[in-house]
Design a binder for this molecule. Structure first.
Ligand SMILES: [Zn+2]
Ligand SMILES: [Zn+2]
Length: 376
């Protein structure tokens, strides 16, 4: 026997939405459980009535059938609170109590999330690359132990020759709905069906290899294309290579955390490669052609006469491949002019001649020089 919502709110069947709202506020105020003369049961009824009559669609259903229907098929005031009926309540004037607390609980806990064990979980693992592999990209074979699709049944969990049928317990819904009575009304909640684990389907005869789960812990070797230009610390997502989903559901993803080993010659700076090049002071003064190692092989670098220490030479397009786009960075070579620490007798004489030629004062007495040097 349906309740008379119009009667509960004290309005007529032809009342406007505004009239219903006004009547609801008055009644809610009157019966609020926090008030001395409040009545939780009546307050609940008022709320229930307002839920229906304030919603034109529900009101129409109620007028026609004496009850309303939610999307799930049951009465609307099971779990289907379409929205906060107290929207705009506070600015309505003359209302001095707060409905937030009482409804926070009601709305917050009204629908339990279903715990569907369907999609496989994501995996993460480290991957070590050489400097060159990161610069140019590489194809890597990885072996991982993970939950993967059962090869006997192909992942659906059904023994050969048997079918996958609709779950008889939840009738394919994947969840069991229950209604709990509280002082604020009936609160519907849905829990994942334990027979089918929320899938709505079960194998008629479970596969013996995987016990009907469709997945098994096993080793799998996969081939992964590492893109050129990847850098230390970056993550690569390999779609669908996480753990397999329950009974043929979609798989999770695999995340590879990249570790790149250091290089003997180069330091990476974004897509550029940095390197210091020792240049003797005669090479720097007279100019020279110096063979420089790059990742693509040796290159002849021209050092012009009069090169100063710290001068940067750029070898264009021989750096790191841009990640996911064409082109490469550069190699930046910084010249370091090296002063020889040891000189032969002849070298010393030649340099003394050079100093004389340039009119530079030099001290060639080695023992005296050592004493000066120590005082710095
Ligand atoms: Zn199986
Ligand atoms: Zn079920």
């Amino acid at each position: 026997m349906a309740k008379d919502y119009y009667d509960i709110l004290g309005v007529s069947k032809t009342s406007s939405g505004d009239d219903i709202k006004r009547a609801f506020r008055k009644k809610a105020h009157e019966h609020h459980p926090d008030k001395g003369a409040g009545n939780a049961e009546k307050f609940k009824e008022v709320n229930e009535a307002y839920q229906v009559l304030s919603d034109s669609q529900k009101r129409q259903q109620y007028d026609q059938y004496g009850q309303t229907f939610s999307a799930g098929g049951g009465p609307a005031y099971g779990g289907d609170y379409g929205g906060n009926p107290f929207g705009g309540f506070a600015d309505g004037g003359g209302v001095e109590f707060d409905l937030g607390d009482i409804f926070g609980d009601l709305f917050g806990g009204r629908q339990q999330r279903t715990d569907r064990r369907s999609r496989g979980i994501d995996l993460e693992m480290g991957i070590n690359l050489t400097f060159e592999e990161a610069v140019f990209g590489v194809e890597k074979k990885l072996t991982l132990e993970k939950q993967d699709a059962c090869k006997t049944c192909g992942g659906n969990g059904a023994e050969a020759g048997s079918k996958v049928i609709t779950c008889p317990k939840c009738h394919g819904q994947g969840q069991i709905r229950t209604t709990r009575r509280t002082i604020f009304g009936n609160i519907a909640s849905a829990v994942s069906c334990d027979r089918c684990n929320g899938m709505g389907k079960i194998p008629e005869v479970p596969c013996k290899t995987c016990s009907g789960n469709g997945v098994l812990r096993q080793e799998k070797t996969i081939s992964v294309k590492i893109p050129a230009g990847i850098d230390d610390g970056q993550r690569i997502r390999v779609q669908g290579e996480g753990e397999a989903g329950y009974r043929g559901s979609s798989s999770g993803d695999l995340y590879l955390v990249v570790r790149v080993s250091a290089h003997k010659e180069f330091v990476r700076d974004g897509f550029n490669l940095l390197k210091e090049l020792p240049v003797s002071f005669t090479q720097a003064a007279l100019g020279a052609k110096i063979i420089v190692k790059t990742l693509d092989g040796d290159i002849e670098l021209k050092i012009p006469a009069g090169t100063q220490s710290g001068t940067v030479f750029k070898i264009k397009g021989r750096g790191v491949h841009h990640l996911n786009s064409s082109g490469r960075g550069d190699i930046l070579i910084t010249a370091r002019v090296i002063v020889p620490k040891k000189l032969s007798k002849k070298e010393r004489e030649l340099l003394k001649q050079l100093a004389d030629e340039r009119g530079e004062a030099v001290e060639v007495d080695q023992s005296l020089w050592d004493s000066i040097k120590d005082s710095f």
